[in-house]
Design a protein around this ligand. Structure first.
Ligand SMILES: *[C@@H]1O[C@H](CO)[C@@H](O)[C@H](O)[C@H]1NC(C)=O
Ligand SMILES: *[C@@H]1O[C@H](CO)[C@@H](O)[C@H](O)[C@H]1NC(C)=O
Ligand SMILES: *[C@@H]1O[C@H](CO)[C@@H](O)[C@H](O)[C@H]1NC(C)=O
Ligand SMILES: *[C@@H]1O[C@H](CO)[C@@H](O)[C@H](O)[C@H]1NC(C)=O
Length: 487
C-alpha cells in the first residue's frame, strides 16, 4: 500500500514536471521558413495617425523593434476610418473632424497634404489606405498622387478597408444591388486599372476580413491581367471578437494548439499570393475586434503575439501589422499616452528572438500540444537561438506547474548558453494605468519600458549549462524563454 502511494506520488511529480526531449538541428532544415525583416509591423487607424505622431512612444517603440531586427517595422495607415475620409488639398491641418467624446472615432473626416508629410517622416515602408466606399475615384487619385509626390517611403496603397463589410447604403455598391466577392473584385480591378497609370503598380489588394469566404485566392482570377497593378495582398485577422460586448477568452487566445490551428488557415492564401510573385500580409491584426476586450492588454496577449507571429510566418505570412486604434480607447494597443502595455513586451521579445541575424525559422516538434519550441537560423543556415513557449494557462491560483525542455544535439564545444525569460506572475497581469505596475511583466530578469517606450532596467539573463551538447531549460506555464547559443 505504502509503495503504491509512493508510486502515485512519483507519477504526479513526473506529470507536473514533464521532460520534453528535443533534438535541435544545428543547420536550418530544408523546410525552414524565411522571415521578412519587417515580419512584426504595425497598423495605425487612419484618423488617429496624426495623433500618434505626437506621442514620443510611437517613434521609440518602433525604433526599439528596428534595432532588434536591423530593419524598421513597416507601418500601414488605415482601418475603418479610411473609408470615411475625404481628401481636401486646401486643408492646412493633417486631419479635421469632430467627435462627441475623445474616445469616439469620427463618422466622417477630411485630411490634407500635411497628412503625407507626417507619413513621410516615418522610417520603414509605409502603406496608406484610401477610401473606396464613398466611390470618389478622382478624390482618391488626387490624394494618391500627393502621397507619391511627398513620400519616398510609400510602399503600397489600399483601395478600401474590409470591403466585404460595406453596408448596402455604401455609394460604391451598384444601385442594382448585390455586393459579393465577384462584384468587389471587379471594382478593385476597375480602380487599380484606372489609377495605376498615375500612381504606379503599388496596390495592396483584397484587404478582406471575412476570411476565407473573401480571400486573396478568390480575388486573383477575378483580377486577371490587372494582377500586374498589385504589389501585395492583405487579409485582416482577429482571432476573437469584443464587438457588442462579446465575451473573450484568454486561455484559448494563448493556447499553442489553438494558435497553430487558427494560423494554418492562411497557408492557401499565402501560397496563392506567392504563386503570383506577391507578398502576403495580415495587413491589420490583433487579439479581438472592436478595439479589443478585457483580455487584450494582458500578459497572456503578449505571449499570444510571440506564438502567433511565429506560426503565421511558418504558414507563409510575410508580415503582421498589429493594429493601433483610438488613442486612449484601445485595449490591444501596444502603447498609449501613459503606458507601454503587456502586448508590446511580446512584440519586443519575439523580435529579440529573430534578431538582426535571424533569416529563417523552424518549429521543432514536441510531445505536448501546449509546448512549442522554435529555432532561428542565420542566412548561412547556422543555429542562433531557440524559443520555448509553455502555453499552459496560469490564472494565478494554485501551484504554477512547469515543463523541462531538454535540448540536445547542440555543439559539443558549447559549455553554456543564455536564457532570456518573458514572464509575469500570471497570464492575466496588465501593466496598469499610469504605469503603476511597470515591472509586472519583465524580459530577461529586469527589463521593462518607461512611459515613452524607452528601455528601462537590464536583461541579466540566466546562464544555462550545456554539457555534451545537452541543455535543460525549465519553463513555467504561461511563460516563454529564449535560449541564445551565441552569448
Ligand atoms: C519540417 O521537416 C521536419 C523534419 O522532416 C518535420 O518534422 C516538420 O514537421 C517539418 N515542418 C514543416 C513546417 O513542414
Ligand atoms: C473642420 O470640420 C468641422 C466639422 O467637423 C467644420 O465645421 C470645419 O469647417 C472644418 N474646418 C476646416 C478648416 O475644414
Ligand atoms: C493605457 O492603457 C492601459 C491599459 O490598457 C489603461 O489602463 C490606461 O487607462 C490607458 N491610458 C490612457 C491614457 O489611455
Ligand atoms: C517546477 O515545478 C516543481 C514541482 O512543482 C517545483 O518543485 C520546481 O521548483 C519548479 N521549478 C521552477 C524552476 O519553477
Amino acid at each position: 500500500m505504502a509503495f503504491q502511494v509512493l508510486e502515485l506520488l512519483v507519477l504526479l511529480v513526473v506529470a507536473a514536471q514533464s521532460i520534453h526531449a528535443i533534438t535541435v538541428p544545428q543547420t536550418a532544415p530544408s523546410n525552414a521558413s524565411t522571415v521578412d525583416p519587417s515580419l512584426l509591423s504595425v497598423s495605425i487607424e487612419f484618423f488617429a495617425f496624426p495623433g500618434y505622431t505626437d506621442l514620443s512612444a510611437t517613434s521609440t517603440c518602433l525604433a526599439n523593434i528596428a534595432s532588434l531586427r536591423g530593419a524598421h517595422p513597416a507601418v500601414r495607415i488605415g482601418g475603418t476610418t479610411q473609408d470615411r475620409a475625404t481628401y481636401d488639398p486646401s486643408l492646412s491641418r493633417a486631419v479635421n473632424y469632430s467627435v462627441a467624446s475623445p474616445a469616439d472615432a469620427p463618422t466622417s473626416l477630411t485630411y490634407g497634404p500635411s497628412f503625407f508629410d507626417l507619413a513621410a517622416d516615418l522610417s520603414g515602408d509605409v502603406t496608406i489606405g484610401f477610401n473606396r466606399q464613398l466611390n470618389d475615384i478622382s478624390n482618391v487619385g488626387a490624394a494618391a498622387a500627393e502621397a507619391q509626390d511627398t513620400m519616398s517611403n510609400l510602399y503600397a496603397i489600399e483601395l478600401g478597408n474590409e470591403p466585404d463589410l460595406y453596408g448596402s447604403g455604401s455609394p460604391i455598391i451598384p444601385s442594382s444591388g448585390g455586393w459579393t466577392p465577384t462584384t468587389d473584385g471587379q471594382s478593385q480591378k476597375e480602380w487599380e486599372t484606372g489609377l495605376a497609370p498615375s500612381v504606379g503598380n503599388i496596390f495592396q489588394a483584397a484587404v478582406y476580413i471575412s476570411f476565407p469566404t473573401w480571400s486573396a485566392q478568390g480575388l486573383i482570377p477575378i483580377l486577371g491581367s490587372a494582377i500586374d497593378f498589385v504589389k501585395t495582398f492583405s487579409i485582416h485577422s482577429y482571432p476573437q471578437s469584443a464587438c457588442g460586448g462579446a465575451s473573450t477568452d484568454l486561455n484559448s487566445l494563448m493556447s499553442h494548439s489553438g494558435i497553430a490551428s487558427y494560423t494554418s488557415r492562411f497557408k492557401p492564401d499565402a501560397v496563392a499570393a506567392h504563386g503570383q510573385g506577391k507578398q502576403f500580409f495580415l495587413g491589420e491584426t490583433n487579439s479581438a475586434t472592436c478595439g479589443g476586450g478585457g483580455i487584450s492588454p494582458t500578459f497572456g496577449a503578449g505571449l499570444w503575439i510571440v506564438d502567433y507571429v511565429l506560426q503565421a510566418a511558418l504558414n507563409g505570412v510575410d508580415r503582421l501589422y498589429f493594429h493601433q486604434g483610438t488613442i486612449g480607447n484601445c485595449a490591444y494597443c501596444f502603447w498609449n499616452t501613459t503606458v507601454i502595455n503587456a502586448p508590446y513586451y511580446g512584440a519586443y521579445f519575439v523580435s529579440q528572438f529573430l534578431g538582426t541575424d535571424g533569416a529563417s525559422i523552424s518549429e521543432l516538434s514536441t510531445d505536448s500540444s501546449a509546448v512549442a519550441v522554435y529555432a532561428v537560423y542565420s542566412s548561412s543556415n547556422t543555429l542562433l537561438r531557440t524559443l520555448i513557449y509553455n502555453s499552459n494557462y496560469f490564472d494565478g491560483t494554485g501551484t504554477r506547474s512547469n515543463q523541462t525542455v531538454q535540448l540536445s544535439g547542440l555543439s559539443s564545444s558549447l559549455s553554456k548558453a543564455t536564457a532570456v525569460r518573458l514572464t509575469a506572475k500570471d497570464a492575466g497581469v496588465t501593466i496598469g494605468q499610469g504605469g503603476a505596475e511597470v515591472g509586472a511583466v519583465t524580459i530577461g530578469g529586469g527589463m521593462t519600458f518607461g512611459s515613452g517606450c524607452e528601455v528601462s532596467g537590464e536583461q541579466t539573463g540566466e546562464s544555462v549549462a550545456v554539457s555534451g551538447g545537452v541543455a535543460n531549460v525549465v519553463v513555467q506555464e504561461s511563460e516563454a524563454v529564449i535560449v541564445d547559443f551565441t552569448r
